[in-house]
Design a protein around this ligand. Structure first.
Ligand SMILES: O=C(O)CCC(=O)C(=O)O
Ligand SMILES: [Fe+2]
Length: 211
C-alpha cells in the first residue's frame, strides 16, 4: 500500500548539472529548491516512526562537537522505507544524469542515509571533514527548517562559503575520487537551526571500495 503511494511521488525539481560542476570547482556547493514539498513531507511523515538517537556530543581525534539526534539507514534497510527510497532513487538518478561530464559520478551508489534533527538552540556540528570512505560526493538535503552550512578554510572555523541549507535545498561536498581528485574533502560546519527544528537527509557511500 505505502509503496504504491511512494511510486507516485515526484522526482527532483532541479537538474543538478550546475551544482555538481560548482562542487568540482569549489569543493562544496549549494542549490535551492531541489526537493519538491510533497516529497519532503512524505519522507518526514515516514520518518516520524524512526528511532532517532542523540549524536555523540564529541567525536573523533579533533573533538568535533555535535548537538542533535540521528537515524542511520544502510543497505537493504533503505528499501523498507518507501518514501525514503523514492528520495534516494531521485537523487541518484539526478546525479547519474551527469556521469558523462564528471568522473566519479557513475560509481556513486550511496548505501547510507543519515537523517539528522537539530532543535532550536542547538549549536549544530563544529568544523570537520566527512570520512575518507565516503567516496565521490556527499549530498545533504534539508527536509525542513533552515541553518547556515559553512565551508571553512581551517579548524577554527574561518568561513569561505556560507550556504542557506533551507527546506528543499541541497549542499554537495566533494568526496574522494570526484573528477579525478583523489582526496580534497572540504572542511565544513553546520550551525544550529533558525527558529524551527531542522531535519537533514544525507546520502553517502559507506561500503568499502571493491578491490
Ligand atoms: O545536517 C547537516 O546539514 C549535515 C551536517 C554534517 O556536516 C554532517 O553530518 O557530516
Ligand atoms: Fe559533515
Amino acid at each position: 500500500m505505502s509503496s504504491r503511494r511512494a511510486t507516485s511521488l515526484p522526482g527532483l525539481a532541479r537538474d543538478l548539472g550546475a551544482v555538481l560542476h560548482r562542487t568540482v570547482r569549489d569543493g562544496a556547493a549549494h542549490e535551492a529548491g531541489v526537493v519538491p514539498g510533497v516529497l519532503r513531507r512524505a519522507v518526514l511523515d515516514e520518518l516520524a516512526a524512526g528511532a532517532f538517537v542523540p549524536l555523540p556530543p564529541v567525536e573523533g581525534p579533533f573533538g568535533v562537537r555535535q548537538e542533535g539526534e540521528h537515524l542511520v539507514l544502510t543497505g537493504a534497510e533503505i528499501d523498507r522505507w518507501p518514501a525514503v527510497r523514492s528520495l534516494h532513487a531521485a537523487v541518484v538518478a539526478a546525479v547519474h544524469e551527469h556521469t558523462a561530464e564528471i568522473d566519479g559520478l557513475a560509481e556513486w551508489h550511496p548505501d547510507e542515509i543519515t537523517v539528522q534533527r537539530y532543535l532550536p538552540g542547538s549549536s549544530g556540528i563544529s568544523v570537520h571533514r566527512d570520512g575518507r570512505r565516503h567516496r565521490g560526493l556527499v549530498a545533504i538535503l534539508t527536509l525542513e527548517g533552515s541553518a547556515r552550512l559553512r565551508q571553512c578554510s581551517d579548524r577554527e572555523g574561518t568561513t569561505v562559503r556560507s550556504f542557506d541549507a533551507d527546506a528543499g535545498s541541497l549542499v554537495v561536498l566533494r568526496g574522494p575520487g570526484l573528477a579525478g581528485v583523489e582526496d580534497d574533502r572540504p572542511l565544513h560546519a553546520v550551525d544550529g537551526p533558525s527558529g524551527h527544528p531542522r531535519t537533514s537527509f544525507t546520502l553517502r557511500v559507506a561500503r568499502p571500495t571493491p578491490g
